[in-house]
Design a binder for this molecule. Structure first.
Ligand code: NDP
Length: 288
């Protein structure tokens, strides 16, 4: 068997077309969706992600405000900035690029964002809503993965999904979303014994670890769908995932590449969340 490749760029493009239509409709009712991205310090990877997010916003007619703050800004200073953005009517989404310098408590910052503008979906209110089935923002990476699986018509109800990784931004919300789709969910993590025993039972395997080629051909069952979230660098500095792509391709039914798989979906879902926030704003205005 040679797995089909799940093309994140293509699916992303498809979703972005609908986002553009929604942005046009919003503009017709006098609202330009706005995203504020707060970048603290000079982390090179963060700068790259932020510039990709800005570019995507511009391309699709979303107003983007980049707020650059010095590495040595105090936590109070950052919280004040977030408070200002919370009150800004031109801003519908606020994203504070992580990681933050070690003198700033990330939890305090995440919790200071107005949940109705928390387009990253990291605020405990949105995490709680995801868990309890309420309406809220879903973290962009797992949101993008669910959209990919649906786009590819992969059966989720009754499927056994195994997630390797249990972070608050990928693994945990991924499991909640799959549960919502009636999958049976298993979480694995660094303390899991005999990882391959678990991963081999997966109809859908999601690797969100950050270890190059942790998942090999021996970790998957014939016909599995393999989603690789990992973004690692190989010895030559080339981007690679958590999955041995070539090895697993001969056994899987479908597989995402790195790059070109989950990555493009993440930014697309950030745009979707920002537009969703602006749409909610219009509904609230009409109700008031
Ligand atoms: P974290 O470091 O927060 O979490 C990693 C998870 O992997 C933890 O739950 C950890 O377990 C688990 N883990 C570590 N080692 C092992 C092991 N040997 N076996 C099984 N599980 C293990 O990472 P993130 O969730 O933030 O990101 C994961 C990867 O996805 C990274 O490569 C990141 O760069 C990438 N990423 C990609 C995105 C995209 O858009 N494509 C977006 C976000 C992340 P424990 O909890 O026990 O420590």
């Amino acid at each position: 068997m040679t797995a089909s490749i799940i093309d994140g760029k293509k699916i992303s493009q498809h979703i972005r077309e609908t986002i553009e239509e929604r942005v046009t409709a919003l503009k017709q009712s006098g609202i330009t969706p706005g995203l504020a991205v707060v970048l603290v310090g000079n982390n090179q990877a963060s700068k790259t992600y932020v510039s990709m997010k800005e570019k995507a916003c511009k391309k699709h007619g979303i107003h983007s405000a980049l707020i650059r703050l010095d590495e040595d800004i105090t936590e109070r200073g950052l919280l004040d900035k977030v408070a200002e953005l919370n009150e800004d009517p031109a801003i519908h989404g606020i994203l504070v690029q992580l990681p933050l310098p070690s003198h700033i408590n990330e939890t305090n910052v995440i919790e200071s964002i107005d949940p109705s503008k928390d387009v990253d979906g990291f605020h405990p209110i949105n995490a709680g809503r995801l868990m309890t089935g309420g309406d809220g923002f879903v973290p962009c990476t797992p949101y993008g993965i669910i959209e990919m699986l649906k786009f590819e018509n992969i059966a989720l109800s009754g499927a056994h999904a195994v997630i390797v990784g249990r972070s608050n931004i990928v693994g945990k919300p991924m499991g909640q979303l799959l549960l919502k789709e009636n999958a049976t969910v298993t979480y694995c993590h660094s303390k899991t014994k005999n990882l391959a025993f678990h991963t081999k039972q997966a109809d859908i395997l999601i690797a969100a670890v950050g270890i190059k080629e942790l998942i090999t051909n021996d970790h998957i069952k014939e016909g599995a769908v393999v989603i690789d979230v990992g973004m690692n660098r190989d010895d030559e500095g080339k981007l690679c995932g958590d999955v041995d792509f070539q090895g697993c391709r001969s056994k899987a039914h479908a597989i995402t590449p790195v790059p070109g798989g989950v990555g493009p979906m993440t930014i697309t879902m950030l745009l979707a969340n920002t537009v969703q926030s602006a749409e909610k704003h219009v509904v609230d205005l009409n109700l008031s």
